[in-house]
Design a protein around this ligand. Structure first.
Ligand code: CA
Ligand code: CA
Length: 357
């Protein structure tokens, strides 16, 4: 694909002329559009974004197995959060991480050795190689890969992507990523310190709609967190509210709560957040409103992917992120799993009823 680089705008005798490298096809600007042709029929509003189309093709072909919503997608999305959340709004002179700076990719050998980052080493080192291959910042490859990966999941929203982070970062310190066994108090405090409200935390947990677990119970590696792990939908929020009846693997583990299904693992912190008065109403609101969930997820993930970054240095390259696939059959609301009734739902938001029977 032809990549346009080094272009400059010039205004001459009242006519707009766009100059670029030989052979690079450039769009003629109009009052309503300033699109740059990047080649292969693709356009972007900023020429600095064109290179990401090459990376997009590489990612979809070689990392995401032809555009699948699978294990690599989950790892890429998880890596976005684990990179960014090591950040503090109350540093008090102590370095608490640089947020969405790609430190977990640049310093993969350090940060993926932390307990909360177990299992992210393959994805981090893959992205480290890609950043070097395309000479782009580690934080850019990280947050672009996550946005592209999510677009492969039916029902997902199209995340925004901004490019232009610093090329170097410092390793984030250990102990700043919430864990499945942490209390609600601990998690809310950590999220608040990083700049996120309880509602925003609940929004971020939509990612568990495509989540699987590996380390809470290693005997059932890959067990999903809801009944539709290949779909970004609202099932997760409903199913975590169902009464727990058993453990799907080898019994109770640290960070594991009773699950409503032998085919899903329930994370202890998800169980608690779904029922805590500070988060339960936001949690329950998503069960019947995927549009709201998706809208909020885009907003909060934008905050995640730019945390700690100087926005004046970043360029909006969201137009390079593919439009996500649709659900085979879109449902605004989650559906009760077979054999379950409204009596199995442990509603915890006073005055908020659910339309199930
Ligand atoms: Ca980081
Ligand atoms: Ca799902």
């Amino acid at each position: 694909m032809r990549v346009c680089r080094g272009m400059v705008w010039m205004v001459l005798l009242g006519a707009n002329l766009l100059h670029g490298p030989p052979g690079c096809v450039l769009a003629t600007p109009t009052s309503s559009s300033k699109q740059v042709h990047c080649g292969a029929g693709r356009t972007a509003e900023n020429n600095k974004c064109c290179k990401f189309y090459d990376i997009l093709d590489d990612l979809q072909t070689n990392l995401f197995n032809g555009g699948e919503c699978d294990a690599e997608t989950r790892e890429a999305l998880r890596l976005m959060f684990h990179d960014a959340i090591s950040y503090s709004t109350t540093k008090n002179g102590t370095f608490m991480g640089g947020g969405a700076d790609g430190s977990i990719v640049e310093h993969a050998e350090i940060e993926t050795a932390y307990a909360e980052n177990v299992g992210l080493d393959d994805m981090a080192f893959e992205q480290q190689a890609l950043a070097k291959k395309y000479s782009i910042p580690y934080g850019d490859i990280l947050h672009f890969t996550g946005a592209v990966g999510l677009s492969n999941c039916p029902g997902a929203p199209r995340l925004r992507f901004f490019a232009g982070r610093n090329k170097t970062s410092k390793p984030a310190p250990d102990g700043l990523v919430p864990a499945p066994f942490h209390s609600v108090d601990t998690i809310l405090a950590r999220m608040k310190d990083a700049g996120f409200s309880p509602d925003e935390l609940v929004t971020l947990l939509a990612s568990h709609s495509i989540g699987t677990q590996h380390t809470v119970d290693p005997t059932i590696d890959g067990m999903p967190l809801d009944s539709t792990p290949a779909q970004f939908d609202t099932q997760f929020y409903l199913e975590v509210l169902l009464e727990g009846v058993g453990f799907p693997g080898n019994g109770s583990n640290r960070g594991e709560a009773l699950s409503s299904s032998p085919h899903q693992l329930r994370i202890q912190s998800d169980y608690n957040l779904a029922r805590d008065s500070r988060t339960s109403c936001a949690w329950q609101s998503y069960i019947t409103d995927q549009e709201k969930m998706n809208h909020d997820f885009v907003k909060v993930m934008h905050k995640v992917s730019t945390l700690g970054q100087d926005m004046s240095n970043l360029v909006d390259c969201s137009d390079v992120v593919p439009a996500p696939k649709s659900l085979p059959r879109f449902q605004k609301s989650a559906a009760l799993p077979p054999g379950k009734s409204i009596d199995d739902i442990e509603t915890s938001c006073a005055g908020h009823s659910l339309p199930f029977s």
